[in-house]
Design a protein around this ligand. Structure first.
Ligand code: K7E
Ligand code: CUA
Length: 650
C-alpha cells in the first residue's frame, strides 16, 4: 500500500515538475488551470508540492496511521489521521461532552465521570498530558488507551473498540501527577507518578515540614484486560522522596521489569518568593544534578504480593521508602540539570534523558546500571537513604544537541530525535556513534514529539509530529490566545522535511502516540442491538421492538423506549410533578453511522445513541410544563419529526 503510494507520488511529482518546467503544460486539472500554472500562481515551490503529495488524501482514502494526542486542558483526547493530519474524533475523558452524550445522561458515562470525583467533589475539567496505547510484548496492540489528568491526579481508561471512556480513577495519594500514563510492555500496569509532592495521607502539613511530611509516589495500577478496567484492589504504590517526579518510561527487552522516572527539585525548594526572595524556579534548579529514579517494578510487585512492610494509606497499598531501600526496589541516578524527558530506546538497552538547562542528552546503559547496583558503585545516598549510583559508572554517552532539549523519540534505524524547546528545533542524532546528524526548525518552541510507532520495540521511522507550544504567525490571528501547532515531519531520509502544519485550537496538548491504523479494529456498529457501552455486554434493561412501555411505581416512572428512523416509541410521556423519571433507551439501528441523539429541553439531558446502543437517562420532573424531547442528530429526511413530548402535570 505504502510502496504503491510512493510510486504514484514519484510519477505525479514527475508530471508536476514537468508542468512547472515546461512552457505550456497539457496536464490540466478539472477546473481548467494546469497543475504547473496552479503551482506558479500560488507561488508553490517544489518542496511545497512534494509536501502536498505526501499528505494529500483523495476523498475516500484512509490514513496509514492514527495519532492519539492529549487534548490538554480540554480533558479530552484528540484522534488525528496521519499523514493527512485530519481531526477524526475528540474523545471525552475527564470533561463532559454533549455530542457523545458524555456526562448528560444517567448511565455509564456518568459512572465513568463519577469515578473521577476528587474527595467527593465533581471536578469537570482535566489537564491531559500523556496518552498511552496498550501494549503486548512491547508493541502497541490497539486495544486500549490510557490518559492522565495532571491537575487532579486522575487516570482514564478508553476502549479502542468504541473510542469511549470506560473508567476514570482518582489517585488519593497525589496532588498532581505527571509521569502518567505509561504502560509496562504487556500492559501489566499503568504507571502514574506524582509531580508536586504533598503529604500522602491527604493531611495538612506546613511547608516548614516539607522534608519530613511531604512525599512523592508512583502508583502501579493493575490493568485487567478482560474486564477492560484498572483493578485498584490489585494495584500498589511506592512512596518516593519529595522530589518532583517527572516523566516515566518502562524498560523493555533486557530492561523489562524496570521503570525509569526523571525528577527535578531534588533541592526540595519550598519557594516563597514573597518572604524568602527565592522563587521556586531558582530554588528548584540550583543544583547541577537531579535524579533519574530506577525502579524494579517486578520485584516491587513481589514485595506487594508478600504484604511485608506495606502500609495502607487512603485505601491504597503503599510500599514505604525504607522497604524500597532494603528490598532494592529504588535507586537514584544523577541526571543534569532540571531534566524533563526520560525515554527508553527501542532495544531496551539505554535510557535517554535531557535537562532543560543543559544542552546535552545523557544516555545511560541499562547494563551499567545493573553492574553498578550489583557492585554497589554508589556515589552516596540521598537524605532519605536511597543509594545514588555513580554517574560516570552508568553513563554511556552525552551528546550536545542545542538549547532546551526535552523529549526523545526513535526511528528504529538507530536514529534518535530530540525536541529542543528553546532552540525551537528537532535534533536528529545517532544511537550508534552518538553524534548529531542534523536539525530542522519548527514553529515554534516544541514540547513533545511523537514518532510513528515511536514507543514500541520497532518504530516505523517515517513520520514524526512536532507538538509545538507556540504558533505565533503560522495561522490566521484569532485573538490573543493562539492555537498550538502540530507539524508533520518526514523522517524517511536526510534531510528531514517539514510537510504540514495543523492548528490545534483546543487545550494545550502535551504528548501523543501514533499507531499503525491497521492495528486498530474498532466496531462500526455495536455488536448487537441493546448493547451497553459501559458494561461492554448486552444490557439487561435493553428494550426490544414491541416491548416499549411506561411503568409507574409510586412516584417513580420507568420508560422503556426505542429509537429507529425516524421515531421514538413511546412519543408521549405524561408524568406528575415531582416524579422521578428513568428512561431506558435502545437504538434499534444496525446500519453504520445510523446515530440518533436524545435531548430533553431544559433538563440538561443529551445522549448519543449509536447503532445498537442502550442508554439510560434519569431526572426528577420538578417543574410542571411541556417539554419536547427530540433527536439531536440529523439522522434522516424526517429527523426533525423524530420528536416526542414530556408532559409534566402540576
Ligand atoms: Cu508538556 Cu510531557 Cu506534561 Cu513535556 S510534558 S512538553
Ligand atoms: Cu434520529 Cu434525528
Amino acid at each position: 500500500m505504502r510502496a504503491k503510494r510512493a510510486i504514484w507520488a514519484v510519477a505525479a511529482f514527475a508530471v508536476i515538475a514537468l508542468a512547472i518546467a515546461g512552457p505550456q503544460s497539457c496536464t490540466r486539472g478539472p477546473a481548467g488551470a494546469s497543475v504547473g500554472e496552479l503551482a506558479r500562481e500560488r507561488g508553490l515551490s517544489e518542496a511545497d508540492i512534494t509536501a502536498a503529495l505526501k499528505t494529500y488524501l483523495p476523498t475516500g482514502q484512509l490514513d496509514e496511521y492514527v495519532m492519539f494526542s492529549s487534548g490538554g486542558h480540554s480533558g479530552q483526547v484528540l484522534v488525528i489521521g496521519v499523514p493527512s493530519m485530519r481531526l477524526l474524533k475528540v474523545i471525552a475523558a475527564f470533561t463532559p461532552e454533549p455530542w457523545q452524550g458524555y456526562g448528560y445522561g444517567a448511565g455509564g458515562t456518568m459512572e465513568a465521570l463519577e469515578g473521577g470525583l476528587v474527595n467527593g467533589k465533581e471536578v469537570l475539567w482535566g489537564d491531559t498530558h500523556h496518552p498511552a496505547i496498550s501494549e503486548t510484548d512491547g508493541e502497541y496492540d490497539g486495544q486500549f488507551l490510557f490518559i492522565d489528568d495532571k491537575a487532579n491526579a486522575r487516570v482514564a481508561v478508553i476502549s479502542l473498540k468504541d473510542f469511549e471512556t470506560k473508567q476514570v480513577l482518582h489517585n488519593p495519594l497525589m496532588g498532581s501527577d505527571h509521569g502518567a500514563t505509561f504502560v509496562t510492555p504487556n500492559t501489566e500496569y499503568v504507571i502514574q507518578s506524582s509531580q508536586y509532592a504533598v503529604p500522602l495521607d491527604g493531611s495538612y502539613a506546613d511547608l516548614s515540614e516539607y522534608q519530613e511530611r511531604y512525599r512523592g509516589a508512583v502508583t502501579f495500577w493493575k490493568f485487567d484486560r478482560a474486564a477492560g478496567r484498572i483493578d485498584p484492589s490489585r494495584s500498589f504504590t511506592l512512596e518516593l522522596p519529595p522530589y518532583w517526579q517527572d516523566l516515566a518510561d518502562a524498560g523493555k527487552g533486557p530492561s523489562m521489569g524496570w521503570v525509569f522516572l526523571g525528577s527535578f527539585n531534588t533541592e526540595m525548594a519550598t519557594g516563597g518568593i514573597e518572604t524568602t526572595g527565592v522563587p521556586f524556579e531558582a530554588g528548584a534548579s540550583a543544583n547541577d544534578m537531579d535524579y533519574l529514579h530506577a525502579i524494579n517494578w517486578q520485584r516491587a510487585e513481589q514485595v506487594y504480593q508478600s504484604g511485608n512492610g506495606l502500609r495502607r494509606i487512603q485505601g491504597m497499598s503503599v510500599i514505604p521508602l525504607d522497604v524500597s531501600i532494603s528490598e532494592g526496589l529504588l535507586y537514584l541516578i544523577p541526571e543534569p540539570k532540571s531534566p524533563h524527558g526520560a525515554d527508553v530506546t527501542p532495544d531496551g538497552r539505554m535510557i535517554v534523558t535531557a535537562g532543560k538547562l543543559d544542552p546535552h542528552v545523557s544516555v545511560y546503559s541499562f547494563e551499567k546500571i545493573q553492574d553498578a547496583i550489583a557492585n554497589e558503585t554508589f556515589s552516596g545516598r540521598d537524605p532519605f537513604g536511597v543509594a545514588i549510583l555513580d554517574f560516570d559508572a552508568v553513563l554511556e554517552a552525552q551528546v550536545e544537541l542545542g538549547l532546551g532539549p526535552l523529549h526523545t523519540q526513535f526511528d528504529g534505524r538507530g536514529g534518535a530525535y530530540t525536541s529542543l524547546f528553546i532552540e525551537t528545533a528537532v535534533a536528529k542524532w545517532s544511537l550508534e556513534d552518538f553524534t548529531l546528524k542534523e536539525k530542522i526548525g519548527v514553529h515554534y518552541n516544541i514540547g513533545h514529539l511523537a514518532a510513528a510507532e515511536g514507543d514500541t520495540r520497532t518504530p516505523d521511522g517515517n513520520y514524526l509530529v512536532a507538538l509545538n507550544k507556540w504558533s505565533i504567525d503560522r495561522f490566521m490571528p484569532v485573538g490573543p490566545l493562539h492555537p498550538q501547532n502540530f507539524q508533520l515531519i518526514d523522517v524517511t531520509g536526510e534531510p528531514m522535511q517539514l510537510l504540514y502544519d495543523m492548528p490545534i485550537g483546543i487545550g494545550e496538548p502535551h504528548y501523543a502516540q501514533i499507531i499503525k491504523a491497521d492495528k486498530l479494529d474498532p466496531w462500526l456498529v455495536y455488536p448487537e442491538v441493546g448493547f451497553s457501552p459501559h458494561a461492554m455486554a448486552s444490557d439487561p434493561n435493553a428494550v426490544s421492538s414491541g416491548e416499549e412501555r411506561i411503568e409507574r411505581n409510586g412516584n417513580r416512572v420507568d420508560v422503556y423506549m426505542t429509537a429507529i428512523r425516524s421515531h421514538f416509541t413511546p412519543e408521549h410521556i405524561k408524568v406528575r410533578q415531582g416524579d422521578r423519571v428513568r428512561i431506558y433507551l435502545t437504538s434499534l439501528e444496525t446500519i453504520r453511522d445510523g446515530t440518533h441523539g436524545f435531548a430533553i429541553d431544559k433538563h440538561n439531558i443529551n445522549v448519543s445513541l449509536e447503532p445498537g446502543e442502550s442508554e439510560v437517562v434519569e431526572f426528577v420532573a420538578d417543574q410542571a410544563g411541556v417539554y419536547p424531547f427530540y433527536c439531536s442528530e440529523f439522522c434522516s429526511a424526517l429527523h426533525l419529526e423524530m420528536v416526542g413530548y414530556l408532559l409534566v402535570e402540576p
